[in-house]
Design a protein around this ligand. Structure first.
Ligand code: GLY
Length: 339
């Protein structure tokens, strides 16, 4: 039961990499725990949930809303959940976000942990403590920052992951490479989705490497005053597109990274836009796309990364080196209108 503990400002999280579902019983007593998962995972793996109290949600980003949290809270009350109860989110980013948020507000905060089941949740969504819900087209507008007590990795969940979920996760992996890890960018250029899917060992290494990139960034800047903003590469435009065009998160940020690279070329002399675009396409992700610039600009103005009249946009100096670059909204409007 090997684990490694990483400390954040107010809490520590134990990471059980390359572990298994069976370990969960050693971490939490099922009598004092409630699992939150979704229909897809529950129906595909029903036997695993035997002996656990489980709340099963409808799958999908459209359910990452306050109404779902209210319904979970009612079920927690009915189940007699108290301050000794631990919530366990088993699922992708929607489940980890909702579980973390509900646990952060229920009785002013109870313990929680995750068993992420998608590549995206394993390398990104499950890590970092930000959790919350969407409000209309505004992604993650309401939430808290609170770290899970543990994250348990069981790669068996990846066996039944649909193709679209693999590409979704690789968008965040490519993002990490672009902003922090030029060597990993090269490895991704030389690899393929198939190669990673076929090798459990390669995938376990890639997941751990990406989890560590994110953990280290968050450790240094949990409350996003500085370097943590780099993790938003591709997300400013991506989030504005995601709910408007019903794109997956990976698809949306892939388009966002494409245009952020182009903007980096304009404002920072970045020379490798085509390399970024090529890697995204290599992993089955969309790049250049038609979108309604006016609508996107309206949503952008509500983005959390906006500070008064400036937007903290993440650009690339070079591959492996992201930088936060404040762009006045008026300039951004001109740049986006001209894309
Ligand atoms: N839960 C995702 C993050 O903290 O970035």
């Amino acid at each position: 039961m090997n684990s490694v503990t990483y400390k954040f400002s107010n809490a520590s999280t134990q990471y059980y990499f390359a572990s298994g579902f069976a370990t969960l019983k050693r971490l939490v007593d099922p009598k004092n725990a409630i699992i939150i998962t979704d229909d897809n995972i529950f129906n595909a793996q029903t036997s695993r949930f035997k002996g656990w109290n489980t709340i099963v949600l409808k799958p999908g980003e459209e359910y990452k809303v306050q109404a779902t949290v209210d319904s979970i809270i009612e079920q927690l009350i009915a189940a007699g959940a108290d301050r000794k109860t631990t919530l366990i989110g088993i699922g992708g980013g929607v489940i980890t976000d909702i579980t973390g948020y509900t646990a952060s507000v229920y009785m002013r905060g109870i313990s929680f942990g995750f068993l992420p089941t998608t590549v995206l949740a394993m390398v990104d969504a499950g890590i970092g403590g930000k959790n919350g819900v969407d409000v209309g087209v505004y992604k993650n507008l309401v939430g808290t920052i609170r770290q899970p007590g543990f994250i348990l990795y069981d790669h068996n969940f990846l066996n039944s992951l649909p193709d679209s979920e693999w590409t979704n996760g690789f968008a965040e992996i490519i993002k990490h490479a672009c902003i922090k890890d030029a060597a990993m960018f090269k490895e991704l250029q030389a690899g393929s989705l198939l190669k990673y899917r076929k090798s459990r060992k390669l995938m376990e290494e890639l997941i751990r490497r990406n989890a560590l990139i994110k953990i280290k960034v968050v450790q240094k800047d949990e409350f996003e005053k500085g370097d943590r903003r780099l993790l938003n590469f591709g997300h400013t435009l991506g989030h504005a597109l995601e709910n408007q065009y019903e794109l997956s998160h990976g698809q949306a940020i892939s388009i966002g990274m494409t245009y952020a690279s182009q903007i980096s070329a304009q404002l920072k002399g970045f020379r490798d836009t085509e390399k970024v675009v090529h890697v995204l396409e290599q992993y089955g992700l969309p790049t250049y796309a038609e979108f309604d610039k006016k609508k996107v600009l309206e949503v952008l103005k509500m983005d959390k990364k906006r500070e008064r009249k400036e937007m903290n946009f993440v650009l690339l100096d070079k591959i492996g080196k992201g930088v936060v670059y404040p762009i006045p909204l008026t300039t951004l409007e001109k740049i986006i209108s001209a894309l």
